[in-house]
Design a protein around this ligand. Structure first.
Ligand SMILES: NC(=O)c1ccc[n+]([C@@H]2O[C@H](COP(=O)([O-])OP(=O)(O)OC[C@H]3O[C@@H](n4cnc5c(N)ncnc54)[C@H](OP(=O)(O)O)[C@@H]3O)[C@@H](O)[C@H]2O)c1
Length: 316
């Protein structure tokens, strides 16, 4: 079985450079995909309380561990503070313990703050409280939330901390005020959106950049990302006997990120892991770099007025 290589995080823990994303994986599709992926050699699973599948992932993991197909220590579990409804410092430990229970494990490898924007807590199940078409947010400072997350490391409930959807200024502020340095930043990253300044910032501080939506969500309601039909991409893919999706993942790894493609179909799951037998040349990297046009898929528009909204108020 071929496994993805790993990188050493800034705290010494090893993290696989490719993982399975699980957003929108539900019920048996989730169980089948996660089981198939772990059996195929995936060792990183990315989930979140928001995805409502931590219990299913825990069930699959428990089954494989009991059949001695895998050990807990071989799997790198990434999950996120429940969709920002637990940003109040006193709620963070409760949230983490809830997730540990769902996942059926006694520690989480990487615990991320899902975004810098706090969402009003109503109940554990109301993740998107709304007033009209606006998300009900709160004014909790993400630094305070993070300080509570640091205590989870002290307690041994979490090994590494990180954040997601932060911009440079927010990350800088966090970096200056934290005791446990963030080991990873999870951001949207695919050939059409490469956030170079943010990546350079992370590189200088040895923060791993995890690339979410690495395939540009090819089946969502928007048009197929351009790299699936671009002539350069098709020619390079043909040269290596790979698909445009595989090329995109290889590209993201070659520029130093750790992609977490989501796939429900077994063919896709296998294909996405089969990218470690080739490397792109500097010229090919340059050609693929031209696809970057700052195209952001996720804009969190419902929180656009929030003081910690991470993106520029660009045209929607
Ligand atoms: N931190 C955050 O705020 C955040 C936000 C978004 C996503 N994420 C994480 O990042 C993960 C990945 O992002 P995503 O789910 O938005 O999008 P994605 O991984 O870019 O795209 C997923 C789509 O690509 C298809 N696909 C997978 N492999 C393929 C291949 N080899 N060829 C062609 N199509 C392929 C999948 O189809 P099938 O499913 O039919 O196989 C699925 O429709 C998420 O699942 C989640 O874990 C995090």
């Amino acid at each position: 079985m071929k496994l993805a290589p790993t990188v050493k995080l800034n705290n010494g823990y090893e993290m696989p450079i490719l993982g399975l994303g699980t957003y929108q994986l539900k019920k048996s599709r989730c169980e089948n995909a996660v089981r198939y992926a772990l059996e195929a050699g995936y060792r990183l699973i990315d989930t979140a309380y928001l995805y409502r599948n931590e219990g299913l992932i825990g069930k699959v993991l428990k089954g494989l561990i009991s059949k001695r197909k895998i050990q807990r220590s071989e799997v790198f579990l990434v999950t996120k503070v429940p969709w920002d409804i637990y940003h109040e410092p006193e709620r963070v430990r409760y949230a983490c313990e809830l997730q540990l229970k769902l996942l059926g494990v006694d520690y989480i490898d990487l615990y991320l703050m899902h975004s810098p924007v706090g969402v009003k807590y109503v109940t554990d199940d109301d993740l998107m409280p709304h007033e009209g078409d606006k998300l009900c947010t709160n004014a909790v400072d993400f630094v305070d939330t993070y300080k509570s997350m640091e205590r989870l490391v002290d307690l041994g409930l979490v090994r590494s901390l990180g954040v997601s959807n932060f911009n440079i200024l927010q990350l800088e502020r966090l970096w200056q005020s934290c005791r446990v340095k963030p080991a990873a930043l999870q951001i949207e990253c695919h050939p059409e959106l490469i956030q170079m300044p943010l990546m350079e910032f992370c590189k200088a501080r040895d923060i791993a950049v995890v690339a979410y939506s690495p395939l540009g969500r090819p089946k969502s309601c928007r048009a197929l990302p351009s790299f699936y039909t671009d002539a350069h991409v098709l020619a390079i893919a043909h040269k290596y006997g790979k698909t445009p999706a595989q090329l995109a993942l290889r590209y993201l790894i070659d520029i130093g990120t750790l992609p977490i493609p989501k796939a429900a179909q077994e063919l896709h799951i296998s294909e996405n892991l089969d990218i470690f037998d080739f490397c792109l040349t500097p010229l090919e990297l340059q050609q693929l770099g031209k696809l970057n046009r700052g195209l952001r898929i996720w804009k969190f528009v419902k929180a656009i007025d929030h003081q910690h909204y991470p993106y520029e108020h660009s045209p929607l």
